[in-house]
Design a protein around this ligand. Structure first.
Ligand code: SF4
Length: 686
């Protein structure tokens, strides 16, 4: 008997069936509307994780004398953790303990972690790796529209658009089933525009491929808006009726004539003019951003610049048009709504809003005055670990920081400076390997819970197989620690009970889940939030009548191009950018262990011109250095990348030893996507 559930990986959350229990197998779930039976190779091979020989099945505690991890019982491990957390908080205050979550955790776990941190630990120090995923787009969406939901329309709407602009998204490799919507759009005669420093598999699908210097997407948007204004293509009725703040933005882009944009971005003035005409004369334009445009120290402003363009074209809040962000992690959307973020309470509420604090404190049965305030953002939290005034202990759930954090060597040093590092995971990730206590937890098909996909569609993962003996769910870990810490608040371990509480906590908030029930999710193929009552149909398309600001209008924002935080110079003359490959997912802790998925290891993609200057050929070892570290990897010589740029995938230890930890001032997103690097032949083929 096969169980209908969803893929363990990306934000598409493709529907699939898992049969079990001895030798779990994946089969298609044809009726699920998002992927209609299609899966990428990561999804098809995901059952390999369920019976993996490297699976952790017993808690491990590090012996301080020998430095070795050894097996202990659950009660001993939880007692030890609680005792040391209590002692550290007694000595250094509540904020001496930090919690770090993940964008792949279910809504229930995200919610429970936020409550556990604020109520059981009383700490403000909680954030999660989703901060590094789409927080710039979230900040921009909130500012422009009054509310952030990655895609404010179903992904299939893409098929009905006239033009889709993809910025910094390699959708064809990161979520291949989604590329079918682009194919359907093209069959209808629609056009695809891809903006990326690399000619990716997605760029191969494009009618127009734009290849800017990394870190200059904002200038390209300014130039296009300049041309849309100059060409008389602004939707003036829409701008007058549905927006505010257009005039100063219109005046500001007057200085972004195409030749200036070409000097800054490398995108030809002629191509910009052609694109502006295409966008300006098309009725339904969809602009989609992803990490390539967002993971910058000016990521929020970059997204706002593209939203300005979309607003000028009259797209957001118009059927089959608009702006959206393609979230990356499996629960990148839900994970940012229910309280594991430093500034947030469940229902996408602000922790600094007195009314929100009252509401959530009421659900949690505590006094709102006892709720901590806003804590540090993810990178700032990691950077403070073990410092004077910083956290002395950290609990990590669903995140492999050692691989995925920017400036990773520095972050590893900070982890090593902690008095106590606890990692809950189901395999020995690079971060778990540094922990003082490792807790073996359930994964994906071994537990139930809800996720919210990139469309804002709340879906349900069903438990398909029995977990191995010895593992517990993250919810059990949280409940066990809360009890030992003396918390009298309820920490249910049944995901359905947690979801029922989450619905109450989210009621009346921007991301209102109160009308979403597990039964409805199953019956309706997922329910889109906001859904404020059980007889509400959910909201597949947002902003059709009004935006979420009090006056119902969307906002234009004045933004200026700043360029990369670390410009190239004589010592570091090329741009380094990072990203994913088809067969791997995020830090690779899961996919690198799946034998069906090719594990190429890291490589350095570079243009033949640059390879010629370095006198290297395909496969030769190359050293890449930045101000933060260096790594060695084989060359992949490829005409598809700009000659001034190199690319390294981030699924292995290496790429993030090099990346820049400069932060966006609004979203606190690190600048993963561009830094200055020096490359040289390492000598000898690999
Ligand atoms: Fe679908 Fe993403 Fe899973 Fe691939 S990794 S099967 S695109 S959810």
């Amino acid at each position: 008997m096969a169980t209908r559930t969803h893929c363990p990986y990306c934000s598409l959350q493709c529907g699939m069936q898992v049969s079990g229990p001895r030798r779990p197998e994946i089969s298609a779930w044809d009726e699920f509307p998002v992927n209609r039976g299609a899966l990428c190779r990561k999804g098809w091979s995901s059952a390999s994780l369920l019976k993996h020989r490297e699976r952790l099945t017993t808690p491990l505690v590090r012996d301080r004398a020998t430095g070795e991890l050894s097996a202990v019982g659950w009660e001993e491990a939880l007692d030890l953790i609680a005792e040391r957390l209590g002692a550290l908080q007694a000595e250094h205050g509540k904020d001496a303990v930090a919690v770090f979550g993940g964008g792949g955790l279910t809504n229930e776990k995200s919610y429970a972690l936020g409550k556990f941190a604020r109520v059981a630990l009383g700490t403000s120090q909680i954030d999660y790796n989703g901060r590094w995923c789409m927080s710039s787009a979230a900040a921009a969406g909130s500012r422009a529209f009054g509310l952030d939901r990655g895609l404010p329309f179903p992904l299939a709407d893409v098929e009905q658009a006239d033009v889709v602009v993809l910025l910094g998204s390699n959708l064809a490799e990161t979520m291949p089933p989604a590329a079918r919507h682009l194919a359907a759009l093209k069959e209808r005669g629609g056009k695809v525009v891809v903006v990326d420093p690399r000619r990716t598999a997605t760029a191969e699908l494009a009618d127009h491929f734009v290849q800017p210097v990394p870190g200059t997407d904002l200038a390209v948007a300014q130039g296009l808006l300049h041309l849309v204004v100059a060409g008389g293509h602004v939707d003036t009725d829409y701008v007058a009726a549905r927006t505010s703040g257009f005039e100063p933005v219109r005046d500001s882009v007057a200085a972004w004539w195409p030749e200036r944009v070409e000097r800054v971005s490398g995108v030809g003035a002629g191509q910009l003019r052609e694109l502006a005409v295409l966008l300006g004369t098309s009725e339904r334009v969809i602009v989609l951003t992803a990490r390539g445009a967002e993971q910058h120290a000016s990521g929020t402003d970059t997204v706002l610049a593209w939203i300005n363009l979309a607003l000028a074209l009259g797209a957001p809040g118009t059927p089959y048009a608009g702006y959206g962000c393609l979230t990356g992690q499996g629960n990148g959307q839900g994970g940012r709504e229910h309280g594991q973020k430093a500034d947030q309470l469940p229902g996408y509420r602000s922790i600094e809003d007195p009314a929100a604090r009252e509401h959530v404190a009421g659900v949690w049965g505590i006094d709102a005055n006892d709720l901590p305030g806003k804590g540090r953002s993810a990178y700032e939290l990691l950077d403070a670990l073990g410092t004077h005034g910083g956290p002395k202990a950290m609990l990590v759930f669903g995140s492999n920081i050692v691989v995925s954090a920017p400036n990773a060597r520095s972050v590893s040093d900070r982890l090593d400076a902690l008095d106590l590092l606890v990692v809950a995971d189901f395999v020995m990730s690079e971060t778990a390997a540094r922990a003082d206590v490792v807790l073996p937890v359930t994964q994906w098909a071994e537990e139930s819970g809800t996720m919210t996909n990139l469309e804002g569609r709340v879906i349900r993962r069903e438990r398909a197989i029995t977990p191995p003996a010895g593992v517990r769910s993250d919810l059990d870990v949280v409940a066990g620690l809360a009890r030992r810490l003396g918390s009298t608040a309820g920490f249910p371990t049944d995901p359905d009970e947690v979801f029922a509480e989450l619905r109450r906590a989210s009621a009346g908030g921007p991301a209102d889940y109160s009308g979403i029930t597990p039964e409805r999710i199953v019956a309706e193929g997922g329910v889109f939030w906001p859904c404020p009552s059980v007889d509400h149909p959910g909201t597949p398309r947002m902003f059709l009548d009004r935006f979420a600001h009090a006056d119902g209008r969307a906002r234009f924002h004045l933004v200026e191009h700043r360029g990369p935080a670390e410009p190239t110079d004589a010592d570091y003359p090329v741009h380094l950018t990072t990203g994913r490959v088809l067969a791997q997912y995020q830090s690779g802790a899961q996919t690198r262990r799946v034998k069906e998925l090719p594990d190429s290891g890291p490589f350095v993609q570079l243009h033949p011109q640059l390879a010629g200057r370095l006198a290297v050929v395909d496969g030769d070892a190359i050293t890449v250095r930045t101000r933060r570290g260096e790594m060695l990897a084989p060359a992949k010589v490829d005409e598809g990348i700009r000659p001034d740029t190199v690319f390294i995938p981030f699924h292995w230890v290496g790429a993030n030893l090099l990346t820049n930890d400069a932060l966006d001032p609004t979203s606190r997103m690190p600048e993963f996507k561009v830094c200055a690097a020096a490359v040289s032949a390492a000598g000898g083929a690999r």
